[in-house]
Write a protein that binds this ligand. Sequence first.
Ligand code: IPM
Ligand code: MG
Length: 361
Amino acid sequence: MRRYHLAVIPGDGIGPEVITESVQTLVSLAVAHGGFHFDIQQFDWGTERYLREGAMMPADGLTTLERGGFDGILLGSVGDPRVPDHITLWGLILPIRQAFDQYVNLRPLRLFPGVRSPLAGKHPKDIDIVCVRENTEGEYAGAGGRVHQGTEDEVAIQTTIFTHMGVERIVRYAFEYARQYGRKKVTSATKSNSMQYTMVFWDEIFRQVAAEYPDVAHEQQLIDSLAARFVAHPESLDVVVASNLFGDILTDLGAALSGSLGLAPSANLNPQRRYPSLFQAIHGSAPDIAGKGIANPLASIWSGQLMLDFLGEHEAAALLMRAIEEVLARGQVRTPDLGGTATTRQFGFAIQEQVQSQVAQ
Ligand code: IPM
Ligand code: MG
């Protein structure tokens, strides 16, 4: 029996509610499948801990995750109105991405049968995009500073950092992904008309890498018009590779187009597996609905599905994907963001029940 050691960080806001359904789904899937087992260790890291002890995670938190032999980390969400977001995010999620060299942020964006897109006339076949977002450098490298704080002479600088290695590996990942998953085209999000250093550099590397993949079509598009194209012609997009900031924005846009921010998952990957990878919904902690039990757990459950795939449990991953598709298509149980009245628990249970019935078939 294959055993996987999982770290679970429920985090803030709706995080604990959605992560419960994700973990429950994975555990019941493992039991039904019979070929693997999860050992789970939970961590109370997040804003409550910050308010209590002055830090989102312990000083040795990253070491604990690194030495703990974890195969994956499941994270709920981070962010709380009581503390500025840059403190909570730089206290937990961003350091994990950087320290564990999770340089790929893989974000599939799909319109499912049974779900309505806010775009008129768009059907499931029209919205099926995979965004490969750079995740450790670029605009979110964290390089910069403020001087003369609090005076009229104050200056703030935030520097975008692109390294040759960093750009090349994310672009290469996008092409490899396209090859492996039978996708036809990679579109690069750029802004080299105005950013003559970083983005021209990005474009050059993109073209060099693209030349090594003659079997995959490629193109480049300026981020502003690409954003418009997401709305006007999503069907013309396949794999999109983007810098940290551009990918961040495009994926919230794409998630909204696919019917709800409550659907879109992400996988923060260290493809070499030197460090554990982290799986998390794209959405935030949604403090406005936290504690009400109505958050959509699907993004978190789908993130667990991405983890199964990454762990090599392809059969179980396919099974869970089918269950998600099936429950959405049937449309009887759905949370308010999708126009239904179901609770987080009911929606999670519907997926778990569907998984069981597929295994029994
Ligand atoms: C995301 C989020 C994060 C990001 C925040 C919470 C730091 O928006 O995962 O898309 O910007 O990467
Ligand atoms: Mg985001």
